[in-house]
Design a protein around this ligand. Structure first.
Ligand code: NDP
Length: 294
């Protein structure tokens, strides 16, 4: 058996198109143009690439993009002042502070300073609490992307056994909470879990969010399962550097029903969901119905 490859690139492109159409309708009907502000502190090369593609895709969807690139020497007080200005700016509906921040700045202090109504990353405790209590509003982007990909295979997730490997606040926990809201029976595994292969073999839906290259092999996967690989790991293979996930894609393809590739699976969904969240935030701020775009 060979699994279906879940094409995150194409699914993300279709979502961006729907976001663009929604923005077009709001411009015509309400004169409303959603705006997304991204704040980058320092010169981390990977973060610069992310911020650049976020800005480009925001504009391509017809939204306003505001970029704030600050030097690595920016103090916490200066960064909090930028966040306060963006909180008060009526043109800005979504605020994203790119992580990681330089060590002298408390990430918690900055994330908690963002107005929860504009928190398009969904990391503010108010939004984390809403998700945990089953009343989500702005939900972290990568977990939302995982659910959207799983739903391309199982439009209804009701009653399926889901296993999430990883319990971070940005991926593992919110993915598990979303799967619970979808009525899956959810197991969260982590570095202290016993007999991880046996736990994973129970899964109809297996989400890997660990950060360990190729950890999940074919013998960990139930035949026919849907495997969502969040991991992004750079490895050296025969003198060349390449990106791989947490899942041994080639082996797992032989037993699973559907698998997301790395790259081209969960990764592209993250920015598409950021754009979706900016639309959700703009709807909330302007008292409009939140459009269902995926
Ligand atoms: P974290 O390092 O914050 O969390 C990793 C989790 O994996 C922890 O809960 C940890 O357990 C668990 N873990 C570590 N080793 C093992 C092991 N041997 N067996 C079982 N569980 C283990 O990572 P993130 O959640 O931030 O990210 C996970 C991966 O997803 C990374 O590769 C990251 O690059 C990628 N990522 C991809 C995104 C995308 O857009 N595609 C976005 C965000 C992340 P414990 O809690 O016990 O330590």
């Amino acid at each position: 058996m060979t699994a279906t490859i879940i094409d995150g690139k194409a699914i993300a492109a279709a979502l961006r198109l729907r976001v663009g159409e929604q923005v077009g309708r709001w411009k015509a009907e309400h004169g409303l143009t959603p705006g997304l502000a991204v704040v980058l502190v320092g010169e981390d090369p990977a973060s610069q690439v992310y911020v650049g593609s976020k800005a480009r895709q925001t504009v391509e969807c017809g939204m306003k993009s505001f970029e704030h690139r600050l030097p690595a020497t920016t103090s916490q007080a200066e960064l909090l002042a930028v966040v306060a200005r963006l909180n008060a700016d009526p043109q800005v509906h979504g605020i994203l502070v790119q992580l990681p921040l330089p060590k002298h700045i408390s990430e918690n202090a900055v994330l908690e300073a963002i107005d929860p109504a504009k928190d398009v990353d969904g990391f503010h405790p108010v939004n984390a609490g809403r998700l945990a209590t089953g009343k989500p509003n702005l939900v972290p982007c990568t977990p939302l992307g995982c659910i959207a990909l799983a739903k391309t295979v199982h439009p209804r997730l009701d009653g399926l056994d889901a296993v999430v490997v990883g319990r971070s606040n940005i991926v593992g926990k919110p993915v598990a909470q979303l799967l619970l809201i979808e009525n899956c029976t959810v197991t969260i595994a982590h570095s202290r879990s016993r007999d991880l292969p046996a736990i994973c073999r129970r899964a109809d839906i297996l989400v890997a969010a660990v950060g360990r290259p190729l950890m999940i092999t074919r013998d960990w996967v139930k035949p026919g399962a849907t495997v969502i690989d969040v991991g992004i790991n750079r490895i050296d293979a025969s003198g060349k550097s390449r990106l791989v996930g947490d899942v041994d894609f080639t082996g797992v393809m032989e037993v699973a029903g559907a698998v997301t590739p790395v790259p081209g699976g969960v990764g592209p969904m993250t920015i598409a969901m950021l754009l979706n969240n900016t639309v959700t935030a703009a709807a909330g701020i302007h008292g409009l119905e939140v459009p269902k775009l995926f």
